[in-house]
Design a protein around this ligand. Structure first.
Ligand code: HEC
Length: 145
């Protein structure tokens, strides 16, 4: 009986640990490959902006923004990447708020820290372009007072 309990506990610890390692390794691995580097994609044409989103945000938020990207395994910690396709939610957010959470991360706006900040990867110009991209192509919505 106690052996069984011990086994179960060990197994869940191992599982927990491998999830942590797996998501950690997958995360930094994919991002370091795909990090644009500040200003690299500043041209602002649609292809460049889409690439910034697809390579850096889609791993968690998904290409269509639904919060179901391959790294949404982060939600193991209980925090699901936000559904950026949710127009009802995003009409309550100003562009400044979307900019801030993207630049400084979730913790900066009182959300959980699972949303990383991007100030080392993107210039302000690029972040603004990504915010426009979310508005035009993902939620297809603007802020409503
Ligand atoms: C590691 C996974 C991950 C990546 C990569 C990621 N996000 Fe997030 N994002 C989250 C999580 C989780 C939240 C939920 C916020 C929280 O509670 O911490 C979030 C929240 C947000 C929000 C807040 C929406 C609201 O409710 O106001 C915005 C905007 C956002 N992300 C944009 C982006 C953009 C743009 C990128 C790419 C530059 C990006 N995210 C990359 C995980 C991620």
């Amino acid at each position: 009986m106690s052996i069984n309990k011990h086994r179960v506990r060990t197994a869940s610890m191992v599982l927990c640990f491998s999830v942590m390692v797996f998501s950690g390794a997958g995360f930094s691995g994919e991002l370091s490959k795909s990090k644009a580097g500040p200003g690299k994609n500043e041209a602002g044409n649609e292809k460049a902006v889409k690439e910034n989103y697809d390579l850096n945000c889609a791993p968690c938020h998904g290409e269509t923004g639904k919060g179901n990207g391959p790294l949404a395994v982060e939600s193991v910690g209980g925090i699901k990447p936000r559904n950026l396709n949710n127009a009802k939610l995003l009409t309550t957010r100003t562009d400044e708020e979307l900019f801030k959470v993207t630049k400084f991360g979730g913790a900066s706006t009182g959300f959980f820290g699972r949303m990383p900040g991007w100030r080392d990867s993107f210039t302000d110009v690029e972040i603004n372009q990504i915010v426009r991209y979310i508005r035009k192509k993902i939620c297809m919505c603007e802020y409503k007072k």
